[in-house]
Ligand binder design. Structure first.
Ligand code: ADP
Ligand code: MG
Length: 226
């Protein structure tokens, strides 16, 4: 089986010429849960943007879910991201005036291919995820009326709808207190146990590393910061 993520000899910079990431090798197996850590500014979000096919490296190999992004059109990358990659953001990025259910269903509206993957009625699929993420009681509340812990669990449900093969979480717990961090992590990992998607979870909080199959220090992996 091909790895979920295969990065070789990658070099990336933004418009300004100075390089941000230079990685010899970063591989993630299908179904693995990997923890990536490093301080603010070390390039964690940039790495995730590359893995999601939002940015392309100037050099090297970047293969995600068996597709070589370097030779894949933007349209095809957008399609695979919409269909097979779930993204959880640090700041939730919910639509405040939509309710919990509508926020969870949003990817199905944006990406019809995602909707087509779901065999159950959409509301039933959302209700099941809401149950797993402890959101059943707030399904019809507006996102802006939810606590931060609830908001991040809605964001997780939104990332998980349609069973993407790869889930990327960019510091999803950094706005949460200890209790909510713990609840969020346990519920996300319980979904991983059940569905065995590939999970790349980024944080600057190394204490969370023990919950994962493997942990990787981005500054150690990145030749730029050495
Ligand atoms: P982290 O997520 O680890 O905090 P980032 O990937 O956001 O780090 O940033 C890594 C470096 O890239 C920083 O120096 C940041 O200023 C720079 N950077 C991030 N996004 C952009 C962008 N869109 N354009 C130019 N530079 C950027
Ligand atoms: Mg970041």
């Amino acid at each position: 089986m091909k790895p979920a993520i295969n990065i070789q000899n990658l070099s990336f910079h933004y418009e300004e010429a100075h390089p941000i990431l230079e990685l010899d090798t970063f591989e993630v197996k299908m179904g693995e849960k990997v923890f990536v850590y490093g301080p603010s500014g070390c390039g964690k979000s940039t790495l995730l943007g590359l893995i999601a096919g939002i940015f392309l490296p100037q050099q090297g190999t970047l293969e995600v879910l068996g597709l070589d992004f370097g030779s894949t059109s933007k349209g095809k990358r957008d399609e695979i991201r919409g269909k097979e990659i779930g993204y959880i953001f640090q700041t939730f990025n919910l639509i405040p005036y939509l309710n919990c259910l509508e926020n969870i269903l949003l990817p199905c509206i944006i990406t019809p291919q995602k909707k087509d993957k779901i065999t159950k009625p959409l509301e039933q699929e959302a209700a099941l995820l809401a149950d797993h993420l402890n959101l059943t009681d707030v399904m019809h509340k507006k996102a802006r009326q939810l606590s931060v812990g609830q908001q991040q669990r809605v964001a997780a449900a939104r990332a998980l709808i349609g069973s993407p093969q790869l889930v990327i979480a960019d510091e999803p717990t950094s706005s949460l207190d200890g209790k909510n961090t713990n609840e969020f992590l346990q519920l996300l990992l319980r979904e991983w146990e059940e569905k065995k998607f590939t999970l790349v979870f980024v944080s600057h909080d190394e204490r969370l590393a023990e919950e994962f199959n493997r942990s990787v220090s981005l500054p150690e992996m990145n030749r730029i910061r050495k």
